[in-house]
Each structure stands twice: as structure tokens, then as C-alpha cells.
Design a protein around this ligand. Structure first.
Ligand code: ZN
Length: 79
């Protein structure tokens, strides 16, 4: 098992990438749990999971969310 800490380039969420070498996973895109930005495309040879460790305040601030809903803008488009 490999663990790496990284920061999402789009929303600056703190993420942990966990790769299980002994297990096959689903092939396809891995996206940021906070903003849905593409992080990596995997081939399914190993299981790759991203966990959200530090939530970016900017996305989850309630006032910001309401303002975004009024403006009908998805958070990811602002980054
Ligand atoms: Zn993100």
C-alpha cells in the first residue's frame, strides 16, 4: 500500500491518495471529492482511492454556497 498527501490544484483541498497494489480496482477517472476536478486516470491494475483530508473553506462556506446557488455557478468553475 502506498500513501501520498497532495493538494488539489483546483480547490486546494488536502487529499490523501491511497494505492492498494495487491488489489485490482475500477479503471477510469479519479476526481477530487471536493470540486470534481480530474486528478488522475487509472487503468485498474491497482486500486486507487482519494480521501478528502482538509476541506477547502472556500467551497463549504455557507454564505458562499448560497451566493453560488443564486448565481447558478458551480464552485469548480470559479477556481
Ligand atoms: Zn478539488
Amino acid at each position: 500500500m502506498t500513501r501520498d498527501d497532495l493538494t488539489c490544484r483546483c480547490c486546494r483541498a488536502g487529499l490523501q491518495r491511497i494505492e492498494l497494489h495487491s488489489q485490482r480496482g475500477a479503471a477510469g477517472d479519479r476526481r477530487c471529492p471536493a470540486c470534481d476536478a480530474l486528478l488522475e486516470t487509472v487503468d485498474g491494475a491497482t486500486e486507487v482511492v482519494y480521501r478528502l483530508m482538509v476541506v477547502p473553506e472556500r467551497i463549504f462556506d455557507a454564505r458562499t454556497m448560497r451566493a453560488l446557488e443564486r448565481a447558478r455557478i458551480r464552485p469548480a468553475t470559479l477556481m
